[in-house]
Each structure stands twice: as C-alpha cells, then as structure tokens.
Design a protein around this ligand. Structure first.
Ligand SMILES: NC(=O)c1ccc[n+]([C@@H]2O[C@H](COP(=O)([O-])OP(=O)(O)OC[C@H]3O[C@@H](n4cnc5c(N)ncnc54)[C@H](O)[C@@H]3O)[C@@H](O)[C@H]2O)c1
Ligand SMILES: O=C(O)C(=O)C[C@@H](O)[C@H](O)[C@H](O)COP(=O)(O)O
Ligand SMILES: [Zn+2]
Length: 368
C-alpha cells in the first residue's frame, strides 16, 4: 500500500477536515500507514477487521502496529456484502469480549465499504461505542463509505436496515491500495464519485467527460483529484448534518432504486453498479416529473456508460423493486421520498410521486 513509482507519489497528502462534535481528518495520499499509531494513541488493544482478500495486508499492518507497542487482534471477515450480517457482527463482539477490550481500546477497519460499515457498526455498539479508525482500500470506501460515520449491516428484509451514526477518529485513504483493486470495483466506486458530481460538484463530471481513461487510472493525478473532490462534497454535507435530518439525504441520490436492486439481486451486484442504475432511474423520474431537463437527464446515462457502468435493469421485477423501495429510510409512513436533481448541483426532493410515474421511469430504463 505504500509503493511508489506513481506520478502522485511523493506529493504531500491532502487533509480534509470533517467538522462536528469530534472533528477528524480524511487524509488522501500514498504511504499513509505511518499515521496510524497517532490515531490509535491511548489504546492498548486494537481489533483489526479485514476481509479475506486482504489477509496479507492485515498481517502487515498488524506487524507494524505490534512493533509500535499495540496488542493487535485480527478479525478476518468474508469478502463483500457477506460481511455485513448480524452473524459477522456477533463474531466480532465475541472476539472483543474474549480479548477483554475496554472503552479505551479501538477498532481498525482495513477494507472496502462492506468492512468499514461492519467495523464501524461493531465499534458503535461495543460497550456502547469505542473509537474506530478507517483505512478504506476500495475507491468507493475512500470517497464514501469510510467517511461520515454511517455504519450498518443488512437484514433479510433489506440493505443497511440496522446501524448507527458513529464517526471515525480518522480516515486514511492510501491511494496505493487502488493498485490491486479489480477494474470492476474501481468502476463501482466511480458511481459514487459521479453521484457527487450531479448533486454538488459539476467539475467532477467535466473531469470524467474530458478523459475517462485518466479518471479511472489509479495512478493518475486526475483520479486523485476526483477522490479529493468527492471527499470534500461528503465532508461538507456530513459536517453539517451527521444524522441525516435533512441535507445529508442528498448523498442518497440514486439509492432508493439502487438498494432495491441490490436486495432483488441478493447482493450479487456491487453497490456501485446498483447506484449507477439508480442514478439513471432517478434522473428519468425527475425528467418525467418535469423537474430535470432532457440534457441533464441524458448526461447521467452518458457519463455512467462511458465508465462501463450499467444504465439499464431487467424489466420484470417491478413488484419486488417497489416493495423494497417502500423500506427505504427516506420513506415516511407510506410516503415514498426521492432525492432528485432540478439541475446539476441542485438537489431537491420528490415526495409521494404518482405510482404510474414510478413505473414509467422503470419502463424507460428497462432492458428487454
Ligand atoms: N456508510 C456509508 O456511508 C456507505 C457509503 C457508500 C457505500 N457503503 C457500503 O459500502 C459497501 C460497498 O463497498 P465496496 O464497493 O468497497 O465493496 P466491498 O467492500 O464489498 O469490496 C469489494 C471487494 O474488493 C475487495 N477488496 C477491497 N479492497 C481491495 C484492494 N485494495 N485490492 C483488491 N481487492 C480489494 C473486497 O474484499 C471485496 O471482495 C456496500 O455495502 C455499501 O452499502 C456505505
Ligand atoms: O452517507 C450517506 O448518507 C449516504 O447516503 C451515502 C450512500 O452512498 C451510502 O450507500 C449509504 O450507506 C446509504 O445509506 P442508507 O441510509 O440509504 O442505508
Ligand atoms: Zn452508496
């Protein structure tokens, strides 16, 4: 994770501060793991949660921290969405209990968004809340999941239905981790980057449109700029509205449909891929509701398609999708609520849309 012949090697890390009751920094750069001891200072024990795929990274980080005097207990969890279950959370609680973790000890997540969500939730619930430090290793986790303190696990009925707001003590986005990330996972992360472009920072869209290869090259300064821009959008929003009482909902752009797709597909779709289709769906919905221009709506599909992300979904799943959307956290009683854009960088809400409109937007993005 600290290689480096990359053009961004040697450049000073960028620090984005997230404000709130306990402000913290999101650090973006290369070779950042030397910052871990300071973030963990005061803890005797550290629970290092990592996915199976990152066993050797987990071992290397453990050795480093042991050399710095920490007692490190490893919790290896399944890859991907399988990690976000009550069973895996209970496994972590058992490890914490058997290792006598106290309130001055800490949880350290090294992994993608599934691991940062799980580890954050475990930290939020252990002894009613202990410190968590996030080391995201996917693009999606760097720009979104590890930042902002939204933690959670899934239940059989839906995505992230159990969780807590528990901000981290710090986030280290070591871009070197992206060197080993499969291309489809990098693309999945771009869906959340592009989401930030539509809700708040049009320059993100322009950078992708100008050179999609540079935008998706883990070693390019363009990708580093995109990470920073997306993190700044997220930091600004969660710094103002940690618990999603209003503004934070804009980060959920595209997610009402996306989470429904993930559930219907039994989590065999990557979250970012589902977000891509969800963005196109909600752009279509906004266009049909007379809220978004044809040009701006078309731009959603064009940018996401250029990144190799899906922009259509099978046409025979409407009842299941609608049932899942009713469990979206933005719903109030039987009122479905969507984040829509009235233009680029102008997020708003669409409340209780006509069911016929919802289905018509689905028909528009359906593949035969
Ligand atoms: N809390 C939030 O605010 C928030 C925001 C966005 C997404 N999320 C959640 O994040 C999750 C998706 O995260 P994701 O896209 O990172 O997927 P993921 O965590 O499932 O990781 C994808 C795969 O990449 C592997 N991996 C991770 N880092 C790697 C690396 N450097 N090299 C090689 N392989 C690596 C993982 O083991 C996994 O198999 C979803 O559960 C989503 O709900 C949460
Ligand atoms: O941080 C947020 O707030 C978001 O909504 C970011 C989303 O990208 C993320 O997928 C989040 O986990 C979705 O939250 P949920 O509340 O809809 O489960
Ligand atoms: Zn998301």
């Amino acid at each position: 994770m600290s290689s480096d012949t990359s053009p961004t090697a040697g450049t000073a890390p960028v620090r984005v501060t997230v404000s709130g009751d306990a402000p913290y920094d999101v650090v973006i750069g290369r070779g950042l793991l030397g910052e871990l001891p300071a973030l963990l200072a005061g803890a005797e024990k550290v629970l290092l949660v990592h996915p199976r795929a990152l066993r050797s990274t987990g071992e290397a980080v453990r050795e480093d921290l042991v050399g710095q005097g920490f007692e490190v207990v490893l919790a290896e969890v399944p890859d991907g969405e399988e990690a976000k279950s009550a069973e895996v959370a209970a496994f972590c609680w058992t490890v914490l209990g058997q290792s006598d973790f106290t309130r001055s000890d800490a949880v350290l997540a090294v992994g993608g968004g599934a691991v940062t969500d799980l580890a954050g939730f475990v930290a939020a619930t252990w002894l009613r809340g202990v410190r968590v430090v996030q080391v995201p290793t996917t693009l999606l986790a760097m720009v979104d999941a590890a930042v902002g303190g939204k933690t959670g696990i899934n239940t059989a009925e839906g995505k992230n239905l159990v969780g807590s707001f528990h901000p981290p003590a710090g986030v280290l986005c070591d871009l070197g981790a992206l060197d080993t990330l499969p291309a489809h996972d990098l693309r999945a992360g771009m869906a959340e980057v592009v989401k930030c472009g539509f809700i708040a920072d049009e320059r993100i869209l322009e950078l992708v449109e100008a050179d999609v290869d540079a935008a998706t090259d883990p070693r390019s300064p363009v990708l580093a700029e995109l990470v920073e821009r997306a993190v700044r959008v997220k930091a600004r929003v969660v710094g103002e509205d940690l618990k999603e009482s209003g503004l934070r909902e804009i980060l959920n752009y595209g997610h009402t449909f996306a989470h429904a797709v993930e559930l219907v597909e039994r989590y065999n779709w990557r979250h970012g891929a589902a977000v891509s289709v969800g963005l196109v769906y909600v752009a279509e919905l906004a266009r049909m509701a007379g809220r978004l221009s044809d040009d701006d709506a078309d731009r959603h599909g064009r940018v996401l398609r250029s990144l190799g992300l899906p922009v259509t979904y099978r046409g025979d799943r409407w009842p299941q999708l609608l049932a899942a959307m009713k469990r979206d956290k933005k719903a109030r009683g039987s009122l479905l609520r969507f984040v829509v854009c009235d233009g680029i960088g102008r997020p708003g809400r669409l409340e209780g849309p006509d069911p016929a409109l919802l289905q018509a937007a689905y028909a528009e993005i359906s593949a035969d």
